[in-house]
Write a protein that binds this ligand. Structure first.
Ligand SMILES: [Zn+2]
Length: 117
């Protein structure tokens, strides 16, 4: 399951960078339906808020973000698009989470940064 977050105020600016954000899905963020993980309605608002929080904490301006809820280590590995300490550590921590808590999903966000107006 994937979600796109757009920042209407920054969409006309060029994308100048990206980072990967990985967090453990809170239990209230998903339901198990017929054995499948289904994000709850509130996740859309949560990842919207998270995307802007990450941007502010990193001193960046959000351009757009793509979030996926997953238990698949391969999806997590493919999300490492930026080779920095924070992104590498996030993926490593996420892989460890999937190994030690099987079935508990991660929220994996690829955040794209906007250049100055
Ligand atoms: Zn990075």
């Amino acid at each position: 399951m994937s979600f796109e977050i757009l920042n209407a105020k920054a969409l006309l600016r060029p994308v100048t960078g990206m980072d990967t954000a990985i967090i453990a899905s809170p239990r209230k963020a998903y339901e198990i339906v017929d054995g499948r993980i289904e994000p709850t309605e509130r996740v859309h608002q949560d990842v919207f808020t998270l995307s802007f929080d990450f941007a502010r904490n990193l001193g960046e301006t959000l351009h757009h973000a793509s979030w996926t809820m997953t238990v698949d280590p391969e999806v997590l590995r493919r999300s490492l698009l930026h080779d920095c300490e924070m992104c590498r550590q996030g993926v490593e921590a996420g892989l460890a989470h999937l190994e030690t808590r099987p079935g508990q999903p991660l929220l994996v966000g690829i955040l794209f940064w906007a250049g100055r107006a």
